[in-house]
Design a protein around this ligand. Structure first.
Ligand code: CIR
Length: 260
């Protein structure tokens, strides 16, 4: 019997507005609106039949809602990360506890971790087929990439490091459509030639998509021309407003991590 896909999510902290900022200026963030937008995001997955499991709320971690940075999953291998920002390192134990609960419930997982000798954020890891593109960014260093490669190579994955200097994470600049086409907003991509095939999109917030299965993707509501471009390629596009997370340099990929 086919298994239902499953994501981990983490509710936004009331302190979201205090989250890390690297490339953007700080603007006001409304915690009530953030929660409403987060619920809409989660509903997009639930409406497509996905199981959604919450990591325990952590009000003290302003950036905890960006749960993909704490975990990279490849097949049944779940690699807990060593986040590059010191303020975010305390997010990992809560994600580890959620994995242990899933394992106790019968989800088949091998848990590994990036040690503190290296740093790596999940937002820097883009899986396309058997390739893991990994951004060498302000958050992810060579040792983090080396450790990740050692973990995933036995699972048949090849790690390809790529430069990231114009945005926070690799996946702030590029993600992939279900057919493996890498999509990105060229002014924010260091080396578009690293990705084949590559499709340039007209809006910054159109670069991030999550594959919902069955030819559907979820993306930001703030990129209507890119949504049309994807629809013209035959995709069923679900748009969600995530302005309060985009204000903190987040996007649709970082608000969840698929574990099955
Ligand atoms: C940070 O700077 O760490 C957060 N404010 C945003 C993290 C977004 N995560 C992601 O793109 N994977």
């Amino acid at each position: 019997m086919p298994t239902t896909p499953l994501i981990l999510v983490r509710p936004p902290s009331p302190r979201l507005a205090e989250g890390e900022l690297t490339h953007l200026d700080r603007v006001p963030v409304d915690p009530g609106l953030a929660r409403e937008q987060w619920q809409g995001y989660v509903a997009a997955f639930a409406d497509h039949g996905w199981d959604v499991v919450e990591v325990e709320e952590a009000p003290e971690h302003a950036d905890g809602v960006f749960v993909e940075d704490a975990l990279v999953v490849v097949d049944r291998l779940a690699v807990l990360t060593s986040p590059g920002a010191p303020s975010r390192r305390g997010e990992v134990p809560g994600v580890e506890a959620a994995l242990r609960r899933l394992a106790a419930d019968g989800v088949d997982l091998e848990v590994a971790r990036i040690s503190s000798e290296g740093h790596l954020d999940g937002g820097d890891v883009l899986e396309v087929g058997d390739v893991l593109y990994v951004g060498r960014s302000a958050r992810t260093d060579d040792e983090g990439i080396r450790q990740l490669a050692a973990h995933v190579e036995p699972y048949g994955r090849r790690v390809v490091p790529v430069p990231v200097s114009k945005v926070l994470h690799l996946k702030s600049g590029v993600t992939a459509l279900p057919d493996g086409t890498v999509v990105g907003y060229e002014p924010l991509v260091d080396d578009p030639g690293a990705f084949v095939p590559f499709l340039a999109v007209p809006e910054e917030h159109g670069t991030a998509v999550v594959d919902l299965g069955g030819g559907a993707v979820v993306m930001s509501a703030d990129a209507p021309r890119t949504a049309e471009l994807y629809r013209a390629r035959g995709l069923d596009v679900v748009t969600v407003p995530i302005s309060q997370f985009e204000a903190l340099e987040g996007c649709v990929t970082c608000l969840s991590v698929r574990v099955r």
